[in-house]
Each structure stands twice: as C-alpha cells, then as structure tokens.
Design a protein around this ligand. Structure first.
Ligand SMILES: C[S@@+](CC[C@H](N)C(=O)[O-])C[C@H]1O[C@@H](n2cnc3c(N)ncnc32)[C@H](O)[C@@H]1O
Length: 347
C-alpha cells in the first residue's frame, strides 16, 4: 500500500464493503466464550494497513464485549501487517482518528506486529476474536510473470492462471493453519476478502483494462521498458465460495476449524453511485485512480529497474494515476466488486 496516509484517505471502496462483515464480527463477539476472568481478551487484526478501516470493526467488537465483561476487563488489540507497512500512519490513526477505539474504551490496549500473516504471529490458543478485511487476497508471492495483464484474472495464459490458483490454494490453507493455532477454543475469525462471483468473475474489469492500457502506452512512449512491464504483477486473487471452503474438510478434522458463515456478495461501487448522482466523469476517474494508487501502484513500481530511485518511482506513479483517471473519465461504468464474508469457528 502507499504510505503517508494515502491508504487511509483513498480506501472508501474498501470501507463501503465492510458493513456486512462488521455485523458478523459483532455477532461473533456476542458468542465467543470469555472464561478466565483474570486474562486479557485478545483481538487480532490481520492486514491493518494504516488502520482507519480497522477502527469501526474493533469498536463494534468492544461495544459488544463490554456488557458481557464489564468496563475494566483488559482487551488487547493486536494490529498486524507486513514489516514495510506504514505503521507510523497506524499510530497516527490510533491517536487522532475520531473513530479510534482508544478514545472510547479506556481498558483497550494496542500492540502492533510487523510480520506476514502467513506465519504464526501470536501465542497458541490466545486469540478470542480475529478480523481480516481486504487483505487475504494478497498472495505470499507472485508465482509467475503475467504476459498479457498485471492481474491474473484477466490473463488468457492458462499455465499462469493455474500457477496463481495453486498459490492461492496453498496460501489460504497456510493462513488458516496459523489462525487455527492462535485461536482459543470457541474463538472466531471473521474474514472479508476479494472474491469471484458465482460465474467466476473477479470484477474491476474497466479499471484493470485502464491500468494495463496505460502501462502499455508508457512502454510505447519510452517511459518504462517492456521488461519492466513484464515484471509488473499485482499478486492478488479472488477466491470463489468453493475455493474458500476447500481446506475445511481436512482442516476441520485436524485443526478443529469450521465454517459458521460463508457468503459471496456484491460490494457497492460508491464512486459509481456518486457519478450517477452528479454526472462528474472526471471525479469518477480521479477517485478510482486514487484507489488504485493507494492500493496497488507501489507494487507495480517495485518492478522498475531501480525501485529505490525515488524521483523515477514518483514520476511513474503520478503519470500512471493521471492516465488511468483520464481513461476512466472518458467512459465511466460501474465496477463489479465481488466480495466474500466468512466466519470461522475453532472448536
Ligand atoms: C487493502 S489493505 C486492507 C487494509 C484494511 N484492513 C482495510 O480493510 O481497508 C491490505 C493490507 O494487507 C496487507 N498484507 C498483504 N499481505 C500481507 C501479509 N502476508 N501479511 C500481513 N499483511 C499483509 C497489506 O500490507 C495491506 O496493508
């Protein structure tokens, strides 16, 4: 993600998809067993970025837990992300965001972990509630270059698509195995993630076409080299309901994990709704380009020959943002946003 508060500012698309998962997180907080009165209750947030979108779910869980445990029982909230995440931005959010749960709950305490969620991050049997939104679609690595797109969902190359599907299956399983270790018995994990709809559609097609078209144009005008574009991959995947359920047969037996709820649904395209209300095509293009910049342009820029060459990286990102905005403004259309929400129970 882009740092410096950019993700917090440009993650309205993600925020719009959160509400149905927050309702599930509240239900989970009402159901989890809360024995051991002297122990702190642990909530883990997997893939927090700069934190703004974590404030609503964590506050909702705290509001549900408080009538059950009283105002003084300590609740530890562990925010986790990759080591290179903008954790400074997260600390700012916790301290100044009007929705920060630290402002409303004096027995809530924060801790931050900079490690991949494809590892065990917390002690075994210690987590009461887990939350992860818009994060597990990021693979641990890109298993192949994509010859004809930057997002595998729109590649015509079957071997590449298969390689990503294998990586996606392996990563999802790894993620669940570690959460199974961390969760207490009766603990719940709520996941919101990019998905494939019932006909296998990943969505965001106009946006991804605009991004790839802009990159090809940058090659033609000599702004980037063909080899650099060839290395550019957004290592995210959508998983269908079947993919998300696949590991549970054997994991259910060995790690005592079960699906309590699993549903693929359509996220609301708020940028399109706004365009319908005001007819401002430039604002439509600008907002989707800002969303892409904050979420995926730094990943694309990391494929440049020298990604530490600050001025070239900044120029590349600015130019890509402007080109994507202008392409989308020429013919605005609604983005399909397939999402999955699920509740996983241990025990
Ligand atoms: C789109 S942001 C989601 C932020 C926030 N949870 C939300 O709902 O808007 C995805 C986050 O997942 C993080 N992420 C990706 N792969 C990860 C991994 N292997 N371990 C931990 N975090 C990861 C990224 O660094 C990024 O901050």
């Amino acid at each position: 993600m882009e740092g410096g508060g950019a993700y917090n500012r440009s993650s309205r698309v993600q925020a719009a998809g959160l509400a149905p998962a927050i309702a599930l997180f509240e239900e989970a907080a009402a159901l989890v067993p809360l024995a051991h009165e002297s122990h702190a209750i642990s909530i883990a947030d997997y893939g927090c970025s700069e934190g703004h979108n974590s404030m609503a779910p964590i506050s909702a869980a705290l509001r549900t837990l408080r009538p059950r445990v009283g105002s003084e029982r300590a609740v530890m909230v562990f925010h986790t992300d990759l080591p290179e995440n903008d954790f400074g931005g997260l600390f700012q959010t916790l301290s100044v965001d009007p929705d920060s749960y630290l402002r409303s709950d004096s027995a809530a305490f924060t801790s931050v972990i900079g490690r991949s969620f494809y590892e065990q991050l917390l002690p075994s049997n210690s987590v009461t509630l887990g939350w992860s939104s818009w994060s597990v679609q990021w693979l641990s690595r890109a298993p192949a270059a994509i010859p004809d797109q930057v997002q595998v969902a729109y590649s015509q190359d079957k071997a590449v698509r298969d390689a990503f599907a294998r990586q996606a299956a392996e990563d999802w399983r790894t993620f669940l195995v570690h959460r199974a270790s961390e969760l207490r018995n009766g603990g719940r994990l709520v996941v919101l993630t990019m998905a494939l709809d019932e006909v296998g559609n990943f969505g965001y097609q106009p946006l991804l076409e605009a991004i790839y078209g802009s990159l090809r144009q940058m090659v033609e005008t000599g702004l980037i080299r063909a080899e650099e574009l060839h290395r550019m991959v957004i290592p995210t995947v959508g998983r269908g309901a079947k993919d998300l359920a696949a590991p549970f047969d054997d994991l259910g037996r060995s790690a005592e994990l079960a699906i309590e709820h699993l549903e693929v649904f359509s996220g609301e395209d708020r940028i399109w709704a706004e365009f319908n209300a005001n007819g401002d095509a430039n604002a439509f293009g600008t907002q989707w380009a800002a969303f892409s910049r904050a979420s995926v342009f730094p990943t694309l820029a990391s494929a440049l020959d020298d990604p530490r060459q600050g001025s070239r990286v900044a120029g590349f990102i600015d130019r890509l943002q402007a080109e994507v905005a202008s392409r989308l403004a020429k013919s605005p259309s609604e983005m399909l946003i397939p999402l999955a929400k699920m509740v996983v129970l241990k025990g």
